[in-house]
Design a protein around this ligand. Sequence first.
Ligand SMILES: Cc1ncc(COP(=O)(O)O)c(C=O)c1O
Length: 385
Amino acid sequence: MPVGSVVSSLHHYGDDVSHLLGSARSFVAASGYQQPLLYLSRDQLRANVRRFMAAMPSVAPHFAVKANPDPRVLAVLRDEGVNFEIASGAELNLLLELDVRPELIFYSNPIKSETYLREAANWGVQWYGVDSVAEVQKIHRIYPGASLYLRISTSNLGSAWPLEGKFGVGTRDARAVMSECARLNMDLAGITFHVGSQCSNVHNWRQGIRSARLYFRRMEEQGLVPRLLNIGGGFPVCMTSGVPTIEEIGTVINRELASFDPSIRVIAEPGRNLVASAGCMVTQVIGTAVRNGQHWLYLDTGVYGGLMELNERFHYPIITDRRGAMRNWTLAGPTCDSIDVCIKNQLLPATMRSGDLIYLPYTGAYTACCATAFNGFPIPDVVVV
Ligand SMILES: Cc1ncc(COP(=O)(O)O)c(C=O)c1O
């Protein structure tokens, strides 16, 4: 841990994050602080990819572009042999500009606009996620030669950002989708699921893979030929205690996969795990206030500026160089909106004041790319080193 810093979390982060912090500090010291920034390390991106691949050698990672669509990040991942998962035509275009071959791109958003579908089909994207009869019919109208994978619902228990409910079919709806594919002669050839983002419960993957095995049997009964198992995203970063490492998750997944026919292609869609620990947000205190005995710390970025995940469930370490007796603070963003409050009861030095910098490691995913300039506050600069 760097000398003189205060870390809000009890968890001891690793050397890689300490190194990133030191390097972000030096960058700001040398260039001067102008506005919030996300400092990203290419070396750490590479290390994360290699670790993921080593933990699950038979699983091909397709990076979920939504987690960090910065072209410089995508280029590093591409060069490390990672393939991609997209949610929109804009994400497809980013990859095409980087000369990623369309056959390496999976379109997993279960609901796709007709315009995006046409674009993807014209470029030669072959694989599409579905979870409704209407989506199968839409794809059939636009690209009858597509290959499909069915998103099933699975437990999201133990994930910090659950995704269940909005997407994923249960048994009865799955049967309807399979029948429609069989009727239309559509190539439904895979199963996918998502265990929820920042998932600490390895059992969710075990259960998802076991369910997929049962669904494969049902597909075969309908005359469909399963070829793809897509185990989705949700792989966490170890920023607090109690989070399993990628190796621990890999051990469970590899064991489950051992009983699958080797002809089944297995992919995953990690987003957060590949990029989060490569990034460190730097933000500045712009004001303090006391309201009804509660102490408020206003930052130059907040929920709208990329910190929508900074809350009790996503407890990023919050690091400042100020020392001294601690007190509870409520951390809020700079906009006039009352939802722009990040976290309550955050222990930080009582002497925090305007101009102090705050460093937030593990913020390489779902931060700068989620930011808006609402109220005229600038979105974070992204610095890639
Ligand atoms: C279809 C799909 N795949 C993968 C991901 C990536 O998830 P994570 O960043 O938790 O790995 C998401 C995230 O929302 C998703 O919707």
